[in-house]
Design a protein around this ligand. Structure first.
Ligand SMILES: Nc1ncnc2c1ncn2[C@@H]1O[C@H](COP(=O)(O)OP(=O)(O)O)[C@@H](O)[C@H]1O
Ligand SMILES: [Mg+2]
Length: 505
């Protein structure tokens, strides 16, 4: 007999319907699984066999053929265990109930249902494609509860699913919840007011966040670079509901959601400097997972001590920095994940950290300094809009009575500048200056002859690239927006240029 059960596959963060078809025939005992399954899906054969037997049901001894359709979509992960089991039970006449649900879940050998990754993106895609009823593992209930307009049953074992389908036992659907992103404020351990002095660096951070620009902090060790970077999420606007869902989708696929099942704070990712290209950008052998660049989506990717990272891993950042998405290619297709983040990098100016310091002596040879800096390539530095020197703090700054501005105060200005950008860029498919293309640059960033002259001068003396020129204009647009200035004025261009003229070149 033939049976068909619906499940879903994930491609990046999009769900695709998959039919699990099972045909049971008389003939030589066999159990075949076809339809582009990966290793984890092939293993499900054995899990399903044990789970069925241990749920006091019969595993058919016939010729069983299971097909996962469409055959051209790669099937990864363990979520097909449950649909496979249901489909085998139906095909072997052990279950006659109507099964018009979408089934997702991994089975333990004893028949218990285990959570799977990617429930949130699957349910959203499925709902948008018109599917209404779902059976999922109990442990995924929290994540599922945030999606309105669907009926989700979160159950704990295969026997429970059978009892539910036959009507032997009643279960209530998961109760829909909403979440509030406003509650995200004040949830960070850092605050701008805790950083003494460093006025210039704080100003640069404000510009970076206001316009979504990348920033590099360089200077001697112990001057507060890491401390400053940790303040970035505290001055970013709260996530909107849509953004929170998008970020959650990625973290769901990555299998990194907490019990709560939703991400309400902007991500602040700090991958260790031993991170590989795959862990930074995404990939993997059997199942494609999003990398740090995607997990930092709508938040911050902080690379502390930039030259310590493997050069190859850093070079892979170029594409997402330019395109705001990352495409991971492998045999059988490409997967695209969002990767729209602010890159914050920090580095010492030389191995000993004192090069350029007004007070301390550098003990490095020019060759050592050259080697250290050449670990970070020019093209990567070119994509970082603001290069900021963070020098030592004066002792007077610690004992000064002057009140340091809090993150909440800075955040207010950032939000106002972002509102200006949103209004201007409405309908362009972007909401911050950093994401403007050449067309928007032309349309919204007209330069007066005087501004053009300053830029030309900088271009020639600093040997800037065309990319650096565009990026300087975008930064000056943000500085003008923080200033509520309709036009980019000379002082805005000058400040933007100053963030490019550091001695790092
Ligand atoms: N500007 C500052 N204001 C207050 N404390 C500071 C400042 N700079 C550094 N510190 C103190 O020094 C510690 C080390 O700073 P850190 O940010 O790790 O330096 P870096 O990353 O530049 O090496 C911080 O945890 C903090 O206690
Ligand atoms: Mg540090």
């Amino acid at each position: 007999m033939l049976s068909k059960i619906t499940s879903f596959a994930l491609n990046g963060i999009e769900g695709i319907p998959v039919e699990v078809e099972t045909d049971i025939n008389k003939g030589m005992v066999a159990y075949d699984l076809v339809g582009l399954p990966d290793a984890a899906v092939k293993e499900s054969k054995e899990r399903v066999r044990s789970a069925i037997k241990n749920s006091a049901l019969r595993f058919p001894v016939n010729k069983i053929t299971v097909n996962l359709a469409p055959a051209d979509v790669k099937k990864e992960g363990s979520q097909y265990d449950l649909p496979l089991a249901i489909s085998i039970l139906k095909a072997s006449d052990q279950l006659s109930a109507e099964c018009d649900f979408v089934f997702l879940g991994e089975l333990a050998l004893d028949g218990a249902l285990r959570p799977v990754t990617g429930i949130l993106p699957v349910l959203i895609s499925a709902r948008d494609a018109g599917f209404k009823k779902f059976v999922i593992p109990e442990a995924n209930a929290n994540e599922a509860s945030y999606i309105a307009g669907i009926e989700v049953y979160a159950l704990s074992s295969l026997s429970e699913v059978i009892a539910f389908l036959t009507g032997e036992k009643q279960f209530a659907p998961v109760k829909a919840r909403s979440f509030s992103v406003a509650s995200a404020s004040h949830s960070y351990n850092s605050d701008m007011s805790l950083v003494k002095g460093q006025k210039a660096a704080k100003r640069a951070l404000e510009i970076a966040v206001a316009g979504g620009h990348n920033i590099l902090l360089y200077g001697p060790p112990g001057t507060g670079k890491t401390m400053l970077a940790r303040c970035i999420p505290t001055i970013m606007p709260d996530l909107t509901f849509e953004e929170a869902l998008e970020v959650t989708k990625i973290h769901s696929v990555a299998g990194e959601l907490t019990e709560e099942g939703i991400v309400t704070l902007r991500p602040f990712r700090t991958p260790h400097h031993t991170a590989s290209a795959v862990s930074l950008c995404g990939g993997g052998n059997s199942k494609i997972r999003p990398g740090e660049v995607s997990k930092a989506h709508k938040g911050v990717l902080f690379l502390d001590e930039l030259p310590e990272y493997a050069r190859h891993a850093l070079e892979c950042l170029r594409q997402p920095l330019e395109d705001r998405v990352i495409t991971v290619t492998r045999a059988g297709g490409a997967v695209t994940f969002p990767a729209d983040f602010i890159l914050c990098a920090s580095m010492n100016p030389c191995p000993c950290g004192n090069f350029g310091s007004a007070t301390r002596q550098c003990s490095c040879t020019p060759a050592q300094i050259h080697k250290y800096r050449s670990k970070v390539s020019g093209p990567l530095l070119d994509r970082i809009d603001l290069h900021v020197e963070v020098d030592g703090v004066n002792y007077d700054d610690f004992i000064s009575e002057e009140r340091e501005e809090t993150s909440a105060e800075v955040k207010e200005r950032v939000e106002r500048a972002r509102a200006v950008q949103r209004e201007r860029l409405e309908g362009e498919g972007m909401d911050v200056n950093a994401n403007m293309g050449e067309r928007q640059l032309k349309k919204y960033c007209a330069l007066s002859p005087e501004c053009e002259k300053i830029l030309k001068n900088a271009f020639e003396t600093l040997h800037l690239s065309a990319r650096a020129r565009s990026r300087i204009i975008k930064v000056s647009r943000t500085i003008a927006d923080l200033d509520f200035s309709e036009n980019i004025r000379p002082e805005h261009i000058l400040e933007a240029v100053s963030y490019r003229s550091g001695d790092l070149k």
